[in-house]
Write a protein that binds this ligand. Structure first.
Ligand code: AR6
Length: 365
């Protein structure tokens, strides 16, 4: 997945480069800076001392010493002074500088902490938005796996308003549905245990009904399941089913998921690359889908493409059905995705931000 949000200690990330939230002296400090220096060992400080500092909004690169990555990119974010002191531009510039250095050193994977959001006081939701927007824009032009590493999930929040709106939407759709399921089950339990047409007087001595094969002790749920299974038995005995050979049957295949996807990309006027990047899908995976007409995608992959193509909800469902899936109101993540589609927000990175906030898996691949 080109952009992922993960919960971890950045010093444990197995990537080509990790980014440090440093200060202008580059001589170490607290927070993530302290963790990185402790884990990398004292030689890191010796190399940092030779760099003669780094201005706010810029970044410098060193070796990683005892860390499992190849490089550490020391980026200096701004202190938060209320938002009117150029903070957003400086934080954006700091992410851009770090990504540029990673690119120049041929890194294929990089992990970022949420720069400025600790000791420097940048509000976490705003810091996350700057990170996602800047990295997202970079990934539209470049192939790289970038992770935003969230250390303390409890301190992590998308904007209060968005969180509240999504929560309300989930409550309206998810809780009701689950309450309905419970009510249905209660109704089912209170229904009579017999449904065949046998006179009730006969049921006391009844052992097995020849017509519906319902026994007196069979619970209602099992009984309806057996009844609904009956037509399937009939279907198997239909004479024309065997008339076509397997080859003939296979020749009747509908348009596959991959064919549908490529057609929709052409119709949208996007290039393939524009589409898979917007979908947060790795280039190699896209090539596989392109070359294999019968490729079986995962549900998050289908959703990612549907979002990139900005499909309305009915077409999202058509595309999911093509691959054997559906959006379900029994699934929190599906409801969150539906929320964004209904609000016309097809920004996959913002959707992932919300999915992460609600502890759901991200979309893309
Ligand atoms: N892994 C990932 N994220 C972490 C880790 C970790 N091991 N430890 C902390 N964080 P901060 P800043 C998160 O204060 O705000 C230093 O003293 C943390 O939860 O490290 O840019 C420097 O020397 C927070 O969300 O950096 C500077 O003087 C984020 O990393 C100053 O702090 C950034 O918090 C820089 O302040």
């Amino acid at each position: 997945m080109p952009l992922g949000i993960v919960r971890n200690d950045i010093t444990k990330m197995k990537v080509d480069a990790i980014v440090n939230a440093a200060n202008t002296t580059l001589m170490g400090g607290g927070g993530v800076d302290g963790c990185i220096h402790r884990a990398a060992g004292p030689k890191l400080l010796i190399e940092c001392a030779k760099l003669r500092g780094c201005p706010t909004g810029s970044a410098k690169l060193t070796g990683a010493y005892r860390l499992p990555c190849k490089y550490i990119i020391h980026a200096v974010g701004p202190r938060w002074h209320g938002g009117n002191c150029n903070e957003e531009a400086l934080l954006t510039s700091c992410y851009k500088a770090a990504l540029q250095l990673a690119k120049e050193h041929n890194c294929s994977s990089v992990a970022f902490p949420l720069i400025s959001s600790g000791a420097y006081g940048y509000p976490k939701d705003r810091a996350l938005k700057v990170a996602i927007d800047t990295i997202g824009e970079f990934l539209l032009e470049n192939d790289m796996d970038v992770y935003i590493v969230i250390f303390d999930k409890n301190a992590y929040r998308i904007s209060e308003k968005l969180f509240a709106d999504i929560k309300e939407y989930i409550d309206d759709n998810y809780v009701d549905k689950h309450t309905d399921v419970r009510i249905d089950a209660m109704r089912a339990r209170s229904m009579p245990r017999y449904s065949c047409n046998m006179p009730s007087s006969d049921k006391a001595s009844y052992t097995e009904c020849a017509e519906c094969t319902v026994g007196p002790d069979m619970p209602f749920e099992a009984m309806t399941a057996r009844q609904s299974a009956k037509p399937m038995v009939k279907a198997f005995s239909m004479p024309n089913i065997t008339a076509l050979s397997l080859d003939d049957k296979l020749n009747q295949l509908d348009e596959s998921f991959s064919e549908m996807l490529l057609r929709k990309i052409d119709e949208s006027g996007m290039t393939d690359a524009e589409c898979y990047k917007k979908a947060n899908i790795d280039r190699k995976l896209f090539s596989k889908i392109r070359s294999d007409k019968l490729y079986k995608p995962s549900k998050p992959t289908v959703i990612a493409f549907a979002i990139a193509l900005e499909l309305p909800i009915e077409e999202v469902n058509d595309m999911l059905m093509k691959a054997g899936f559906a959006l379900s109101h029994s699934n929190k993540s599906d409801i969150i995705i539906e929320y964004f589609i209904e609000h016309g927000n097809y920004n996959i990175f913002e959707i992932n931000e919300a999915l992460f906030a609600f502890d759901q898996s991200l979309i893309g691949a």
